[in-house]
Write a protein that binds this ligand. Structure first.
Ligand code: MOS
Length: 705
């Protein structure tokens, strides 16, 4: 190894290393792998929300030329249960939600499979269903209950001091309810699996190309379901077209594709249609959030209560942890957060970008804005006055906390000082103009990972880890981290990711990837360099040299509270006649540790903020309670922000040197960009119009009284 001093790769705005492959179409996605003799599977979905299948008539479908098999609960192979009972595909006659897979056709072509699926006649014994989340459900047969935990590992409730007494005594207090709708994540690449069974004489094995956020989890779930040792399953996902939480966990489509391939005895492909992407794939639970704040006339908080009701389902419980961020944000001696769930006859909700923080910070940061108005204080000053010295929940010091720095930097860049706090005072023709601010946060978590690092005598290094690039830039940033850890230029590093045969790692999930994978890579590189120096005098031997890296958990996570923070600023224009809301300007300032690649990082923040705008103004999955299904289940009717909706978005960050989070100093940036944007926009809408919208999305009807 040449011990040259290199330009540090981390911190450089390196172009995506996979950029050329992607724009030229050379990057293959799961559905695109050419396979000899491939078959296609298309699911039949239930048309009732609750009940059981009384009969399934498949003869017409089976008679269609080109049909290979029709799978139902009556003939499907038995598979082992997993925690998520939604994965027990065709294992019983029970129906737990509308859209559940109740049968599937395997055929020679996609068209035949789809046509035959439409010919499967399913009869049901229907039972009454309950699909609506409402506050105060005591009159309903499925009352709210206390979940075991708020996802992924937080206590459902927290309490400190006497909130009721403090609220009663507070000179200024606020008691408001904020609601957010069901939202569906829709990565551009739909959920897709290509499954290939083989038998080498020593037993069966399966190769799976899958649109997953992590190959290790997918491999383990498939191994469990089909009763095979994990090493007999190989999951490959070198390129994945977005994730956003929708494919962290395994969903039924992947199990179905593997099952169908086994039954067909041939490779099988499944790609969910866009409409099916509003089905059994996870989504964000709607929330009903009551926030109560008590404060002195100086804005000093004496009490914070944040009580959340969200929904779950019969098959897999996931609690949208909407009040968890409130535990960390602001100092107050009396505090309470609670999460309650209503179990409904709907598909399983799951992870969606910044689960918890995304709806939760809309509520808290709207309430903080309302409190600022009530106290006659600037909303930035209110937040600064309530900045905690230590984590209010745990009493631990923050490893670093950049909220005030972000607010101050943002105020400067945005021109906040010029703002007249009085609402409805700025206009441009028929447009009312306003500005708003809100805070962002997301926890900095690191999860165990392993890596393998090898060097050869020619100075080439190969770094192998079962990490995943779902578009966030892992191909690029892990190469940069590897290059610096090995002290070589990036050109000398070859990275292997997206393959379950590689050293195990958690998925691209919870903004943990770069920190966790990077730590294992740094460990492997350091071990390799130590051996190189101590045993080989700094020269890689002809036979090459290798080392295993591992990261088993951050001991300092027990000593410090670790979170990224940010500040979001919005300017809005609201048309006085039509209620239309435009957002000409957004600014996000983030403090998220070290930024490994300013180019890919900016893209992450920008994407998150764009989604926050979309959440504020557009996104809502509209449920028809009669059927228990979403009526706007496509891109024509599920509105998302498009280019014309997005004005100028300015993204910047505060340099933060945090020695406690990991050797690279990163906090994770995948989710924080969406957090707080909706509140900043809602607060700006209030400033423009004097109308406080506490129910997302902010559609024009809510502004026309
Ligand atoms: Mo992200 S919602 O943790 O995949």
């Amino acid at each position: 190894m040449t011990m040259q001093s290199t330009i540090r790769a981390t911190g450089a705005p390196l172009n995506r290393l996979d950029g050329v492959q992607k724009v030229t179409g050379a990057a293959k996605y799961a559905y695109e792998y050419p396979v000899e003799g491939v078959t296609y599977v298309f699911p039949v979905q239930s048309t009732i929300a609750r009940g059981r299948i009384s009969s399934i008539e498949t003869s017409a479908a089976r008679a269609l030329p080109g049909v290979i098999a029709v799978l139902t609960h009556e003939n499907a192979p038995r598979i082992a249960p997993l925690d998520d009972q939604d994965l027990a595909v065709f294992q019983s006659d029970a129906v737990a939600y509308r859209g559940q897979f109740v049968a599937a056709v395997v055929a020679e072509t996609l068209e035949i499979a789809r046509q035959a699926a439409s010919m499967v006649a399913v009869r049901y014994e229907e039972q009454p269903h309950d699909v609506e989340l409402r506050a105060n459900r005591s009159d309903l047969y499925k009352p709210e209950y206390v979940p075991q935990k708020a996802a992924p590992f937080y206590a459902a409730d927290s309490a400190q001091g006497d909130v009721e007494a403090a609220l009663a005594a507070a000179p200024v207090s606020l008691d408001q309810t904020y609601t957010t709708p069901t939202e569906h994540h829709n990565p551009l690449e739909p959920h897709t699996t290509l499954a290939i069974w083989s038998d080498d004489g020593n037993g069966e094995s399966v190769t799976v190309y899958d649109t997953c956020q992590g190959v290790s989890w997918r491999r383990d779930d498939i191994a469990t379901a089909f009763g095979l040792p994990p090493e007999r399953i190989r999951v490959l996902a070198p390129y994945v077209g977005g994730g956003f939480g929708s494919r962290g966990f395994t969903h039924p489509y992947a199990i179905l594709a593997v099952m169908a391939a086994r039954v067909a005895g041939r490779p099988t492909k499944l790609a969910q249609t866009r409409q099916q992407m509003f089905g059994p794939v996870g989504y964000r639970s709607p929330t009903i959030q009551r926030v109560r704040l008590g404060a002195g006339g100086d804005g000093q908080l004496t009490a914070i209560a944040h009580e959340v009701v969200a929904q779950t389902n019969a098959l897999y419980e996931m609690t949208e942890p909407a009040a968890v961020a409130t535990r960390t944000m602001y100092a107050a001696p009396n505090r309470r957060t609670t999460h309650r769930l209503a179990r409904l006859d709907l598909p399983a909700n799951s992870w969606m970008r910044a689960p918890g923080e995304s709806p939760g910070m809309f509520a808290l940061e709207s309430a903080m804005d309302e409190l600022a108005v009530a106290c006659g204080l600037d909303p930035i000053e209110l937040r600064v006055r309530n900045e905690p010295a230590v984590d209010p929940e745990t009493g631990r010091p923050f490893s670093s906390r950049g909220l005030v720095a972000c607010l101050r930097e943002g105020a400067e860049r945005f021109g906040w000082a010029k703002r007249n706090p009085q609402p409805r005072t700025r206009r441009s023709g028929r447009w009312l103009v306003g500005t708003g601010v809100a805070a962002s946060t997301y926890p900095a978590v690191q999860l165990p990972a392993t890596a393998h690092v090898a060097g050869d005598a020619a100075g080439r290094y190969r770094v192998r880890i079962a990490a995943e690039d779902i578009g966030q830039g892992a191909w690029t940033v892990l190469t940069q981290i590897s290059a610096d850890a090995l002290e070589v230029p990036v050109e000398q590093v070859q990275l292997d990711i997206g393959d379950s045969a590689l050293p195990q790692a958690f998925p691209a999930w919870g903004s943990t990837g770069t920190a966790s994978w990077g730590w294992a890579i740094v460990d492997g590189a350091q071990k390799l360099r130590t051996r190189l120096r101590d045993e080989f005098g700094g020269v890689v031997p002809a036979a090459g040299l290798e080392a295993d890296g591992a990261f088993n958990g951050n001991p300092e996570a027990q000593q410090f509270s670790m979170h990224a923070f940010g500040a979001q600023f919005a300017e809005v224009r609201v048309n006085e006649d039509t209620g239309e809301v435009r957002v000409p300007r957004l600014l996000g300032v983030f403090a998220a540790g070290r930024i490994v690649n300013p180019k890919t990082a900016r893209s992450q923040f920008l994407g998150g903020m764009t989604w926050g705008l979309s959440m504020a103004l557009h996104e809502e999955s509209v449920l028809d309670p009669r059927f228990g299904d979403y009526v706007n289940h496509d891109f024509a009717e599920y509105h998302i922000a498009t280019n014309a909706d997005v004005g100028e978005i300015d993204v910047t960050w505060i340099d933060e040197d945090d020695p406690h989070v990991n050797p690279i100093g990163v906090k994770g940036i995948g989710e924080i960009g969406i957090v707080g944007t909706a509140a900043a926009i809602a607060n700006a809408v209030y400033h423009a119009t004097g109308i406080r919208v506490r129910d997302l999305p902010i559609t024009l009807d809510k502004l026309l009284s």
